[in-house]
Ligand binder design. Structure first.
Ligand SMILES: [Zn+2]
Length: 208
């Protein structure tokens, strides 16, 4: 029996191509999250429907970017215009995943970067539309971000004030005050502000 060699997917250019295609699909799901999460709706059911006529969007009309072009930006059933933002988010996610795959290659931090970049894209659009940052994204994002800082080659060291290996120590004049956990006070304030601004309680409040 012929056994597929999945390791080929980790080689160039198959890895980058796979990242692009998966990014397009995840971008389609990101559109669902952007629309439904602020409304408190499930992101898995019911299936996507046209907001005007309610007709279910079939698989052939749900292909990232391609379906929008084939349908010329209109619902197949009622002809209602489809926002250009749907294919734009799909294309942006696909290109971001392609760029990360080409930059970092097949490594754990690539997957983490893809997840965080997608989360930030979704958060940006929800913030743009509703001025909120849902806890369901921000709280796991904090955990994933901190955990990812321990991965080899991570450029972020939030839990340590020590310089990177081989780097020079900052001069006493340039050294910023640190909090009890070792992070800078500026970072602690930024995280605190981010936490206060997230969640339904921040609705209607512009956070910076
Ligand atoms: Zn329709």
């Amino acid at each position: 029996m012929l056994v597929p060699d999945w390791s080929l997917l980790l080689q160039t250019p198959a890895f980058e191509t796979t990242a692009l295609l998966l990014g397009l699909v995840v971008g389609s799901f990101a559109n669902v999250c952007v629309y439904r999460l602020p409304r408190g709706e499930s992101v898995v059911s019911p299936p996507s429907r046209c907001p005007r006529c309610g007709s279910r969007i079939t698989a052939r009309d749900n292909l990232p970017v391609l379906s929008f072009l084939l349908l010329r930006g209109r619902c197949r059933s009622c002809g209602a215009p489809i926002s250009w933002r749907y294919p734009a988010v799909e294309a942006a996610t696909g290109l971001l995943w392609l760029g990360l795959a080409a930059t970092f290659g097949p490594a754990p931090r690539t997957a983490v970067a893809m997840a965080l970049v997608t989360a930030l894209l979704v958060l940006s659009l929800i913030d743009l539309d509703h001025k909120i940052l849902p806890d369901v994204i921000t709280l796991p994002g904090i955990v994933v971000g901190l955990a990812a800082s321990f991965l080899p080659g991570s450029p972020v060291r939030p839990l340590s004030a020590s310089p990177p290996p081989g780097g020079s120590s900052p001069s006493p004049r340039s050294r910023r005050p640190t909090s009890a956990c070792g992070g800078s006070r500026g970072s602690a304030r930024a995280i605190g502000r981010w936490r206060r601004c997230s969640g339904p309680s921040s609705a209607g409040r512009r956070c910076c």
